[in-house]
Design a protein around this ligand. Structure first.
Ligand code: IPM
Ligand code: MG
Length: 356
């Protein structure tokens, strides 16, 4: 098969974790005889520095003509603490999501047996946790307008907007997803307070009868935040709006033992994007300590979702499992006293596993 990728490393640890994910991708393509072509593009703070635009037109064109996008991370503290900054790296990510029409962000959360000891939660609670959060990605508070400040600067506002169409397509996708899993869907909202949430619930209740086999439950987001920690095994598929999904998936990453383990697939109208859920961790940039596994697992999702290559995806997941069982791990998930491995050393081990 011919595989044509856009690679956007971004900022901070982005380039290091993308290096590992690309080496893994190349090894898998070699092994299975796929012809791999790829081109690097700019996005985030690095794109602002070089072009003034966090998502340059050239990068958009590259994404549009590729079969899939592998994305690292973006964000830079130079912009976080500067309220007067006119452009921010995050705007690049949001522009990419919006312009590629990536309305569904699929974030699987599963524990790894060899890492149960790293979870701050009790092993008997998290063992076997395996759910998927489907986060709406192109609406809600992230994109609603108006957004800004009053003229005198003393009042700020954001707007949460959802249309029926936007809710329908993501909820329908979540039901389809649940049909291929354990057939349980949790619709997470704040319908006791928010008008947008009431629309979500209304739409979900209309769609639910089309999926009689799926057990549907409705849960307020505050309650969901609590239950994710207390009974993570009670979830199968969860669907929620943009901001709730952002927050709940950072929380859920704790169950697995590290932020550095959760991959994601963003799918929608045009080219799909595969990216770790974590940020750019600028303090660790260039130190060879960042965990590359979330990005490597995102590459596995890419083989599966963008190319329907399940064996390739499975081999990557096997390699990741094996590396953890062998304790070939970056410091965040290392067993006490074990040998220390850097980002690139973990990558080399994975490539060797795939080649063998
Ligand atoms: C994520 C990240 C992004 C988001 C940031 C970097 C804009 O936290 O993908 O979860 O908030 O969506
Ligand atoms: Mg986030």
């Amino acid at each position: 098969m011919k595989i044509n990728l856009a690679v956007l490393p971004g900022d901070g640890i982005g380039p290091e974790i993308i290096d590992v994910a690309m080496n893994v991708t190349k090894a898998v393509c070699r092994k299975f005889g796929h012809e791999l072509a790829y081109e690097y593009g700019l996005c985030g703070a690095i794109a602002i520095d070089k072009t003034g635009n966090p998502y340059p037109e050239e990068t958009h064109e590259l994404c549009m003509k590729s079969d899939a996008v592998l994305f690292g991370a973006i964000g830079d503290p130079r912009f976080d603490n500067d309220p007067s900054a006119k452009v921010r790296p995050e705007q690049g990510l949001l522009a990419m999501r919006k312009r590629l029409g990536l309305y569904a962000n699929i974030r699987p959360v599963a524990t790894f047996n060899s890492l149960i000891h790293k979870s701050p939660l009790r092993a008997d609670l998290v063992k076997g946790a395996d759910f998927v959060c489907i986060r709406e990605l192109t609406g809600g508070l992230y994109f609603g307008r108006p957004q800004g400040r009053s003229e005198d600067g003393t009042t700020a506002y954001d707007t949460c907007v959802y249309t029926r169409d936007e809710v329908e397509r993501i909820v329908a996708l979540a039901f389809e997803y649940a049909m291929n899993r354990r057939k349980k869907l949790t619709v997470v909202d704040k319908a006791n307070i928010l008008a947008t949430s009431r629309l979500w619930r209304e739409v979900a209740k209309e769609i639910a009868p089309n999926y009689p086999e799926v057990e549907t439950e409705y849960m307020f987001v505050d309650n969901a935040a609590m239950r994710i920690i207390q009974w993570p095994t009670s979830f199968d598929v969860m669907v929620t709006e943009n901001m709730f999904g952002d927050i709940l998936t950072d929380e859920a990453s704790v169950i697995t033992g590290s932020m550095g383990l959760l991959p994601s697939a963003s799918i929608g109208t045009y080219t799909s994007v595969f990216e770790p859920i974590h940020g750019s961790w600028p303090q660790a940039a260039g130190q060879n300590i960042a965990n590359p596994l979330a990005t490597v697992l995102s590459a596995a999702m890419m083989f599966e979702y963008a190319f329907n290559l399940k064996d390739e995806a499975a081999l990557i997941r096997d390699a990741v499992d094996a590396s953890m069982s062998a304790n070939v791990c970056t410091p965040d998930i290392q067993v006490e006293g074990g040998k220390k491995y850097g980002t690139s050393e973990v990558g080399e081990w994975l490539v060797e596993f795939i080649n063998s």
